[in-house]
Design a protein around this ligand. Structure first.
Ligand code: MEV
Length: 303
C-alpha cells in the first residue's frame, strides 16, 4: 500500500502493575482514548515527520523493525495524533508503537500481522522503558479486557464495568525509573518482596472472583490493598495519596494508582449512577477522565 492508517487504544491496569514485571498476573483493560498513526511512502529511507527524521522514538523503532523483517527499503512520512495523555500511566507510548507497527505492516504486507506487530511494538517500547513486561503493548494490540502474565501473555477476560474514572495528578514521570525503584526495593527487601508478590497473586484471584459476582465494594477494598502494596514498594506519591483520599471522601469504593505511579493517574471505582457526581467533586482539584473500558484493540482506519 502507498499509504495506510491504524489506531490503537490506551490502557488502565486495574490490578497488578509492577508485580507483573516479576511474572505475576495483572488485570488490564483497553480504554476509549486512542493513538492514530497515518503513514505514506517517502522517497528516502527512514521515518519522517515533515522534514525531520524521527530517530530513537517508539514509533520509528517499531516501523524500522517491520521494514527490516519485510525487506522494505523505502521510508515513510508519519502523522501522529493521540488523545492519550503521555507519561501518566495510560499506555500512550505503547499505543503509538502498536499503531506505528500496524500501519507499517499494512504498507509492507497489505495486512496486519499481529505477531510481527507485537514484536515490533515491543522493540519500540524498549526505547523508553526499562524491562517492559509487555502488558501495555499487548493491551493496545488485542484490546478489550485481559489477564496478563509475562510468561503466558494476554488472555481475554470480560470486565463487567462499563466506565472508569481516571484522575490525572498532573505529575509526569518516567516508567523506566519507577520500575528501577521497585527493583531496588526488591534487592534490599527480598523476603518481604516475596510475600508481597504472593499476596498480590491472591489479590488478583479475589478480584476475578469479585468481578464474577459484581461485588464492587469488595473490588474497592482490593484496590485499596493493591494501592498499599504499591505504596510499600515505593511507587506512590503525595499527589496519588491525595487523589485516593479525595475519591474515597467523594464516595468511591476504592482507588489506586494505575501504571507506573510516582505521579501519573489514579483510577477510581464507583457505582455507575454515582460516578458522574463523584467525577464533578474530584474535578475541583484534579483533571478527570470518565472513560469507557474494553475498547477495541489495533484497527485499520480510513484515510
Ligand atoms: C506500566 O504501564 C506497567 C508497569 O508494570 C511496567 C511494565 O509492566 O512494563 C509499571
Amino acid at each position: 500500500m502507498m499509504k495506510a492508517a491504524t489506531s490503537a487504544p490506551g490502557k488502565v491496569i486495574l490490578f497488578g502493575e509492577h508485580f507483573v514485571v516479576y511474572d505475576r498476573p495483572a488485570i488490564v483493560s483497553a480504554i476509549h482514548l486512542r493513538a492514530r498513526i497515518e503513514a505514506w511512502i517517502h522517497d528516502q529511507p527512514g521515518v519522517w515527520i515533515g522534514s525531520r527524521r524521527l530517530v530513537n522514538h517508539p514509533a520509528s523503532r517499531a516501523i524500522e523493525y517491520v521494514f527490516e523483517k519485510a525487506g522494505f527499503t523505502s521510508g515513510v512520512t508519519l502523522k501522529i495524533s493521540s488523545s492519550i495523555p503521555s507519561s501518566v500511566g495510560l499506555g500512550s507510548s505503547a499505543s503509538i508503537a502498536v499503531a506505528s507497527a500496524g500501519t507499517a505492516s499494512l504498507i509492507t504486507l497489505g495486512r496486519i500481522d499481529e505477531e510481527l506487530v507485537k514484536l515490533a511494538a515491543g522493540e519500540g517500547e524498549k526505547i523508553i522503558h526499562f524491562n517492559p513486561s509487555g502488558i501495555d503493548t499487548s493491551t493496545a494490540l488485542y484490546g478489550g479486557g485481559g489477564l496478563y502474565t509475562r510468561s503466558r501473555g494476554f488472555t481475554p477476560i470480560e470486565i463487567p464495568l462499563k466506565k472508569i474514572l481516571i484522575i490525572d495528578t498532573g505529575k509526569t514521570r518516567k516508567t523506566g525509573e519507577m520500575v528501577k525503584r521497585v527493583k531496588e526495593f526488591m534487592e534490599k527487601n527480598k523476603e518481604r518482596f516475596d510475600k508481597i508478590l504472593k499476596r498480590e497473586e491472591e489479590l488478583i484471584e479475589e478480584a476475578l472472583d469479585a468481578f464474577r459476582s459484581l461485588d464492587l465494594e469488595r473490588l474497592g477494598r482490593l484496590m485499596l490493598e493493591n494501592q498499599s502494596l504499591l505504596r510499600e514498594v515505593g511507587v506512590s506519591s503525595l499527589e496519588i495519596e491525595e487523589a485516593v483520599k479525595i475519591a474515597l471522601d467523594a464516595g468511591a469504593y476504592g482507588a489506586k494508582l494505575t501504571g507506573a505511579g510516582g505521579g501519573g493517574c489514579v483510577i477510581c471505582l464507583a457505582d455507575e449512577d454515582r460516578i458522574e457526581g463523584i467525577s464533578k467533586i474530584i474535578s475541583n482539584r484534579f483533571k478527570v477522565y470518565l472513560t469507557e473500558l474494553s475498547a477495541d484493540g489495533l484497527r485499520e482506519e480510513k484515510i
